[in-house]
Design a protein around this ligand. Structure first.
Ligand SMILES: [Zn+2]
Length: 300
């Protein structure tokens, strides 16, 4: 993987390294390797709830990315590996699942930077602890560019992790399909406008669909997944939905809009929308966790 995701505090990083090490997940897979996933055009599925538009904050691309134009260094695990198990907080290490439901324990040691961007500064995303955050409160401009677009338009690192996820799911007899990957600012704009007409309610449409500039899909760090049959909230009851909520974390993804957290995330429950943040962070989320990225990072 060419993007070093998180620059975490050293102690915490060490802890996570241990965790990640246990799972033996090769951080980065071959760029082009994302077999078995068939993208389904959003328009083909006439479903009640459109998952497409959701603005999910984007993942793991770290701020370093913005500062390092040519990030071809396969340094995915270097920061981690270089810091041997530090005594930092062993207890947490032992329990990767130890993410408290409300607090951003892991990252809380440092006060998150305030998002003071404006104007051209919005060409770069708000980044907290190396994790890109795009949401209603933290938009990006239409000039925002992905670093390394790969399959489905996702960042290559994300596409590679997704390939691993789908392969693992397949082994469990679960066929995960991609319904929506990257979406441009212009596409997001069209989607929201179309949804407002479909819903007949702008308010409802906005619960599930992001305004351009406020969708994680524009970052190539988020993906909508399903089984190719059931869409909308029903995804949560499908084999795919259940498998993902439990196992996506093992591949660097988190359920970005958990149930009951609309006031925090700005979006209603979306059992299909997964955001890549990298395993070092995702493993601190429990299986079936309702912890939000906002809570995890300690931001509003
Ligand atoms: Zn989505």
């Amino acid at each position: 993987m060419d993007q070093v995701l998180k620059l975490r505090s050293i102690a915490f990083g060490a802890v996570l390294v241990l965790v990640a090490g246990c799972t033996a997940l090769p951080p980065a897979a071959a760029p082009g390797a994302t077999p078995g996933i068939r993208p389904v055009p959003a328009n083909t599925a006439p479903l009640p709830v459109d998952a497409t538009g959701t603005a999910a904050p984007s993942p793991a691309l770290s701020n370093p990315a913005s500062s390092s134009p040519a990030s071809s260094s396969p340094a995915s695990s270097s920061p981690a590996s270089s810091s041997p198990a530090t005594p930092g907080s062993p207890s947490a290490a032992a329990t990767p699942t130890a993410a408290p439901s409300a607090a951003a324990t892991s990252t809380a040691d440092a006060t998150p930077p305030k998002d003071t961007r404006s104007g051209r500064q919005l060409d770069q995303p708000y980044v907290v602890n190396g994790i890109v955050v795009v949401s209603k409160k933290h938009p990006i401009s239409k000039r925002y560019q992905r670093k390394h677009p790969g399959k489905y338009g996702l960042e290559k690192e994300v596409a590679a992790a997704l390939a691993e996820l789908t392969a693992a799911a397949k082994q469990d007899g679960v066929k995960v399909l991609v319904r929506s990957g990257y979406r441009s600012y212009a596409e997001q704009d069209k989607i929201l406008k179309r949804k407002i007409v479909e819903y007949g309610s702008e308010k409802m449409a906005r619960r599930y669909n992001a305004e351009p500039g406020k969708s994680e899909h524009q970052t190539g760090l988020a993906v909508d997944l399903w089984d190719g049959v059931t869409w909308g909230l029903g995804v949560r009851n499908t084999k795919v939905g259940k498998w993902l909520w439990k196992h996506a974390r093992e591949y660097g993804f988190i359920l970005r809009y958990p149930p009951g957290k609309e006031k925090i995330t700005g979006y209603a429950y979306e059992p299909w929308h997964f955001r890549y943040i990298g395993v070092e962070d995702s493993l601190t989320f429990n299986p079936n966790s309702k912890l939000t990225l906002e809570e995890y990072l300690g931001i509003g």
